[in-house]
Design a protein around this ligand. Structure first.
Ligand SMILES: NC(=O)c1ccc[n+]([C@@H]2O[C@H](COP(=O)([O-])OP(=O)(O)OC[C@H]3O[C@@H](n4cnc5c(N)ncnc54)[C@H](OP(=O)(O)O)[C@@H]3O)[C@@H](O)[C@H]2O)c1
Length: 295
């Protein structure tokens, strides 16, 4: 299969590209930067989609960059880097002479309203209550393609855990020094997935004919994992105590109140359709996932 991947050079994209290539597929990235096996977003807009069997979009400015202030300019970048790239790919797919058979967009569980008690499946409502939920709603709408030729799949991802990137890369040094701990109260749910499983779900969706619609990209243990459970498990995987909480005021000061919600609150998300469509998780449990990551 030939697969075109927007934003495929990043953390999730690197894992997906390795997995797809190991399964004998050819991968072309759509990127802001020139390089081997890459095309630019302008080339995609002007010359159309290269001949391919499937397309994926993973492009998006890193929301939790602590060096960027949560001001209007950064918020616009967060939105346009996701929505405009998705529109560009969807338009190229719709206009392709031979449209690809499958099209997968990775969004986020920020679609669902944070709650300590409610469990969300792919059928739950959301997308209408704060900046991130409305972003996911608009982003997923941008992926819609008229007609029925191309199968559309949206993977709503939790916090992606893996080596060499994502949330853990920023947490590792304080935890290794024994300075880690829960964020805020620590009781908030922590929806998580190992990067190999997120890549696995995307690959499964590309390769499996009947799969379409929304899949939750979280591990099966995720609905029962709190932020404090995560901190304890990471400390334990590193053989360090993880007792020092990161205070709410510090999170709000660094990230701003609106963005701080991503760290201070969470959703209990169940991968119901993901399991029903036949995906088998490599890392369903947190301690094993974390041991793999810190080894
Ligand atoms: N990591 C997580 O915990 C997590 C959780 C939920 C959802 N997601 C979503 O999953 C997708 C992939 O996540 P990731 O962690 O792999 O992301 P990432 O590594 O931060 O970025 C992915 C790619 O997006 C492209 N990109 C970055 N800023 C851009 C901009 N301003 N305009 C256009 N393209 C830009 C870059 O590709 P080029 O440099 O090649 O252009 C980058 O390699 C993202 O859409 C993210 O929102 C991630």
């Amino acid at each position: 299969m030939r697969v075109v991947v927007g934003g495929g050079t990043g953390f999730v994209g690197t894992a997906l590209t390795q997995l797809l290539r190991s399964r004998g597929h050819e991968v072309t990235h759509v990127s802001r930067y020139a390089g081997k096996d890459r095309i630019s977003w302008d080339e995609l807009s002007c010359s159309g989609l290269p001949r391919c069997d499937a397309a994926v979009n993973l492009a998006g400015e890193n929301v939790l960059n602590p060096l960027r202030r949560w001001d209007y300019a950064f918020q616009r970048e967060v939105v346009t880097s996701r929505v405009e790239t998705t529109k560009t790919l969807a338009k190229a797919i719709a206009e392709a002479e031979q449209p690809p058979r499958a099209w997968v967009l990775v969004t986020g569980v920020g679609y669902y309203r944070p709650s300590l008690t409610t469990e969300y499946t792919e059928d739950s409502s959301g997308g209408d209550f704060d900046f991130f939920s409305r972003l996911v709603h608009t982003w997923e709408l941008a992926a819609k393609i008229p007609g029925n030729i191309t199968r559309e799949v949206v993977v709503r991802s939790g916090v992606v855990l893996g080596k060499n990137g994502g949330a853990i890369s920023q947490m590792l040094w304080p935890f290794r020094l024994g300075l880690g701990g829960p964020i805020g109260s620590g009781v908030q749910p922590f929806p998580w997935i190992h990067v190999q499983d997120l890549a696995g779900i995307v690959s499964h969706a590309l390769e499996t004919e009947g799969v379409r619609g929304v899949l939750n990209g979280v591990s099966p243990a995720s609905p029962n994992t709190s932020n404090a459970d995560f901190a304890r498990a990471l400390g334990s995987a590193l053989g360090r105590p993880a007792l020092l909480p990161l205070p709410t005021v510090v999170v709000r000061a660094v990230f701003g109140a609106e963005r701080g919600i991503m760290l201070l609150e969470g959703q209990r998300v169940v991968p119901k359709r993901t399991l029903e469509c036949g995906y088998h998780f490599t890392f369903p449990d947190l301690p094993v996932a974390l041991r793999d990551i810190v080894s």
